[in-house]
Write a protein that binds this ligand. Structure first.
Ligand code: UDX
Length: 475
């Protein structure tokens, strides 16, 4: 987002500007710190990594996030934002300390909370007056209560309480999302004590104030539902391929139902990124801990794992055995607008194809992947050169502008699998390319006519003849 084009965001002010501390200047913490300064707060941002600290102090943003650099420069200059590696300095005079450190998944799928525990203890030790620790990171329900117990020995006579205030920022749109939230969720116990956290944000923003376990679960449930929606769209897309239907049309028709909504119904190579996969496995781990079956979340994960398997099978059906076959991949970032390749479908596909013996060449406008199982080029046509098949795995707008005739000339074969639906099917065909997709494009198999419901008619009408009248209302 360019802030010049969003004057409404620049005019927003916190209900009650205060002094606060943000611990962790990663993607969530740095975005929160600069946006909170913009809302009128005095923010002390704590970052212990020396390289990152130096960069931020010099106004360099170590993340690819539109709007953050402008706000960082503005508030380093205004003095409303200070960056330090000393928690005590960050917490001095602060009434709130936001914990924005990493919660990477463990091998079991649940988040590793050591960094957050460490940050909470350090903040509690540094507190000189009543301090509210606000947990922004995604943590299992019960974590805020556990943190409050954990910090008790550190805080002396000073009151330190813990609140949950999960973030819902999307990578690449985090500043926009910060200033235009669908809701601010604040979890506190007792619920009456939410005022301090609620008033960190503009009074007009929609809010949900609840107990801490519920607030913690909102984040897991919201991301798991988004994952379920995507996996459902991919399941429908698979059915469309089997039936010879068009997934774009089907899901468009489904998404127009206001009860369902069109967002996150896009079929593709599966969901990736640092949040959705982690939060779905976190949801499952939380459920397992209380013997809850979490069937929907598990199904969303299983369908997502099948997405890459399905793409490999599709490419193999189109070009034949993969050993020694050259495949060009367009897109390594987990989605357009970011250089993040964590749980990226493109990288997952590259790894799976390479394991099947294919030779991989790849392009991405932003992401650079040192551990690529193949070669990465700066130019998409070079990545396509000599390829039997080209697969588009990230919906970068630049790929819409590809010269498809040139692409055809560069390739050795003619198969294009557009897993993200950015290319025009008719234009691909006109350029002499074979168009495959997820639930769209050329069908791979033979689709038998579905005669089941009409079988009685083909076999002859029942003796009494069918009644012709309106059926029951509804479905
Ligand atoms: C997500 C949540 O949206 C955000 O609220 C949370 O705070 C962090 O996790 P992010 O990881 O930035 O944000 O990505 P998002 O835009 O949600 O996309 C997630 C994945 O779903 C991407 O791989 C994307 O390509 C995929 N996706 C999205 C689909 O496959 N189909 C869709 O229709 C939408």
């Amino acid at each position: 987002m360019s802030l010049e084009t969003d004057p409404a965001a620049l005019a927003l002010r916190a209900a009650r500007p205060t002094t606060l501390c943000v611990i962790g200047a990663g993607y969530v913490g740095l975005t929160a710190a600069v946006c909170l300064a913009q809302l009128g707060h005095r923010v002390g941002c704590v970052e212990t990594d020396p390289g990152r600290l130096r960069a931020i102090r010099a106004g360099h943003v170590p993340i690819e996030e539109p709007g953050v650099a402008e706000l960082l420069a503005a508030h380093l200059a205004s003095g409303r934002l200070r960056v330090t590696d000393d928690v005590a300095e960050g917490v001095a005079d602060a009434s709130v300390a936001m914990l924005c450190v990493g919660t990477p998944p463990t091998a079991r799928g649940d988040p590793d909370l050591r960094q957050i525990a460490h940050a909470a203890r350090a903040a509690a030790r540094a507190a000189t007056d009543h301090l509210v620790l606000v947990v922004k990171s995604t943590v299992p329900p019960g974590s805020c209560e556990a943190l409050e117990l954990l910090v008790a020995p550190e805080r002396g006579d000073v009151r330190v309480t813990v609140a949950s205030n999960p973030e819902f920022l999307r990578e690449g749109r985090a500043v926009f999302d910060f200033f235009h939230p669908d809701r601010v969720v604040v979890g506190v116990d007792p619920p009456g004590s939410a005022e301090l956290v609620v008033s960190l944000y503009p009074a007009a923003w929609p809010r949900v104030v609840c107990d801490r376990r519920s607030a913690e679960l909102v984040k897991y449930a919201a991301n798991t539902f988004l994952a379920v929606k995507i996996s459902f769209a991919n399941e429908v897309a698979g059915l469309c391929e089997a039936l010879g239907a068009d997934a774009d049309q089907v899901l468009h028709g489904v998404g127009l139902d206001a009860r369902i909504g069109a967002a996150f119904l896009g079929p593709g190579p599966g969901f990736g990124g640092s949040c959705l996969p982690k939060d779905v496995s976190g949801f499952v781990a939380v459920a397992e801990a209380v013997q809850h079956p979490a069937r929907m979340a598990r199904a969303a994960e299983a369908v997502n794992e099948d997405a890459i398997v399905g793409l490999v099978a599709k490419i193999e059906s189109a070009v034949g055995p993969l050993r020694g076959v050259r495949v060009g991949l367009l897109g390594l970032a987990f989605k357009a607008g970011t250089d993040d390749v964590r749980h990226s479908p493109g990288l997952g596909l590259a790894t799976a194809l390479a394991a099947a013996g294919a030779r991989i060449t790849a392009h991405d406008p932003l992401a650079v992947v040192p551990q690529m199982p193949g070669l990465q080029f700066d130019d998409p046509y070079e990545a396509a050169r000599g390829a039997e098949a080209v697969v588009v795995t990230t919906a970068w707008p630049a790929y819409r502008e590809l010269d498809l005739r040139r692409l055809r000339r560069e390739m050795a074969g003619s198969v294009v699998v557009d897993a993200v639906g950015v290319l025009d099917g008719a234009a691909l065909s006109a350029a002499g390319l074979e168009w495959y997709g997820v639930g769209r494009g050329r069908p791979l198999g033979f689709h038998p006519v579905v005669t089941g419901p009409l079988e009685w008619a083909l076999e002859g009408e029942p003796a009494s003849g069918p009644a012709i009248s309106g059926g029951p209302a509804g479905g």
